[in-house]
Write a protein of this length. Structure first.
Length: 518
């Protein structure tokens, strides 16, 4: 294909000594001057007479890449792959917007690997491609896909993430890692401090989930990374579910002038996957756990993810459910990295099971065949809702279900979801189907010292997280019935915790620790 051959030529030239970057793709204005703003973007042009490439076999990939794709079982491209891969193969900088679960990991990895193959990268050449992603779990997932795609290639690949052994990472970098997947903080650390890290030959930079990277506080690190990395011969691919001002700023400093903007999300679409059945249930605070327990008991043969608002709540409910013989896995930001990694892959490989987690698992992770997403603690805003439910009904024909728990005072959140084009139905559960285990729960929490302490920590963190919600008109802590909230944690009366709340539960939290949301 013409785009592939021209792209390969560009990369061969870029790999030679002293080659100048190819500016033939720069967008020009009417006077022939170069547009220097990133938002002099060229929108993807569509020609009705032009054949749309749908099959991976229609593109001129290298033999090792085609062999890997075939072994992975992929034949037909998703829309984001069909529209993104050809211009990337041609050497264009791309700013991409796509719904979660759209297949963009392959969309950026395949062109990146083709660059390394066409330039015949060897370990001594150092790092030719860097993929930056917000979380450790997402980095591990992309690493897994890269490992499959590169099975028949000779190039090396590796991963650097916070929580892993830094010295081992540095040793591998010194030996030469051609394709590197990284989280921002650890990447910056190696760029600044690892002497054997060769990145002067960088040909492609991929920034995945850019909005999430910035949301969780890596703006300064990203600016430093962009400043350190060579840019003269570099192709950049930036993917973001939302186009915020900060994302625009990051695009402006990282992309070459005149990038191609590819948007696979249309205004007519719902914000969530078509194969996703979504609902909510209205439930008083003291009945929340009873309903959750009953639901999980009835669906033990399903694969379910349960989202909570804090690490301590996850630790408590996971410990409780395992204690009462309802096996669950837990995933949250306070775990050591090896534990998080093992849990993530254990749940990915399971045919059925329950994962209780914070929003650490809510963005970008591709967990196969999830049947239900349960939002036990409601999300902070519609974007968080969309990312949570994006763990199911993934791909073009994916199916799944989602259930969100709301207490009566939180029903205002539905207006925000409607405005965000999220279709929901109200679900009802017959009261005679809800297991009334409250008295047994309270006896257990009273008699078991460890569960009592974790319940107390979970209760405190739930209130702290609630007070930190950004939608104050929806999540009003002064309207929480603390006695009912306490019952959902197994306490007959609210326990004394290290935060200041009025005795009636009608005054706001006035002292809070750092919220342990992740």
């Amino acid at each position: 294909m013409a785009t592939k051959s021209s792209g390969s030529k560009r990369h061969r030239e870029a790999g030679s000594a002293g080659a100048a970057p190819n500016n033939s793709d720069t967008v020009l204005n009417g006077d022939g001057d170069r547009k220097d703003s990133v938002y002099a973007i060229e929108n993807e042009k569509k020609n009705d007479d032009e054949k749309v490439v749908e099959s991976f076999e229609d593109l001129d990939f290298s033999g090792p890449t085609l062999k890997a794709i075939e072994k992975m079982g992929f034949k037909t491209m998703t829309p984001v792959q069909a529209r993104t891969i050809p211009p990337l193969l041609a050497g264009r900088d791309v700013l991409g917007a796509a719904k979660t679960g759209s297949g963009k990991t392959l969309a950026f990895l395949i062109p990146a690997i083709e660059i390394l193959h066409s330039l015949k990268f060897k370990p001594r050449n150092g790092t030719g491609v860097i993929v930056i992603t917000p979380t450790r779990e997402l980095a591990l997932q992309i690493f897994g896909v890269a490992r499959e795609l590169m099975e028949f290639h000779s190039q090396t690949f590796g991963i650097v993430i916070g929580g892993a052994n830094r010295r081992q990472e540095a040793d591998k970098l010194a030996k030469g890692v051609n394709l590197l997947i990284a989280t921002p903080g650890r990447l910056l650390d190696h760029l600044q401090n690892t002497k054997g890290f060769v990145f002067k030959n960088l040909k492609a930079l991929i920034i995945d989930e850019a909005d999430r990277i910035l949301e969780i506080g890596f703006e300064d690190e990203m600016k430093q990374i962009i400043k350190i990395l060579p840019n003269q011969e570099r192709q950049t691919m930036l993917f973001s579910a939302t186009q915020t001002t900060k994302v625009e700023d990051l695009a402006r400093i990282s992309l070459r002038p005149g990038p191609l903007f590819i948007n696979v999300v249309t205004e007519r679409e719902n914000s969530t996957a078509d194969g996703l059945e979504q609902g909510y249930v209205v439930c008083e605070s003291d009945k929340r756990f009873l309903l959750l327990f009953s639901f999980l008991k009835r669906n033990q043969k399903k694969k379910i993810i349960v989202f909570l608002s804090s690490c301590n709540s996850v630790k408590y409910y996971a410990e409780l459910l395992n204690y009462i013989d309802l096996p669950v896995l837990e995933l949250h930001g306070k775990q050591k990295q090896q534990k998080r990694t093992n849990t993530f892959f254990e749940f990915c490989n399971a045919e059925r099971g329950i994962l209780v987690c914070t929003d650490v698992a809510a963005r970008g992770l591709d967990i196969p065949s999830v049947d239900w997403i349960i939002q036990f603690d409601p999300p902070d805003d519609p974007r968080d809702y969309i990312h949570r439910v994006g763990r199911t009904a993934r791909g073009t024909k994916g199916k799944g279900k989602s259930l969100m728990f709301l207490i009566p005072t939180e029903l205002g959140f539905l207006r925000y979801l409607k405005a965000a084009k999220v279709p929901l139905n109200e679900f009802e559960f017959p009261t005679n189907k809800i297991a009334n285990v409250q008295s047994q729960l309270e006896k257990l929490i009273h008699s078991n010292y460890y569960l009592h302490q974790t319940a107390k920590d979970g209760y405190r963190s739930y209130l702290q997280a609630y007070a930190s919600h950004s939608l104050k008109t929806v999540y009003q802590i002064d309207k929480l019935d603390l006695a009912k909230v306490a019952k959902s944690y197994g306490f007959p009366v609210p326990p004394k915790v290290n935060i200041t709340i009025g005795a009636s539960g009608k005054t706001p939290v006035t002292k809070r620790r750092k919220v342990d949301r992740h």
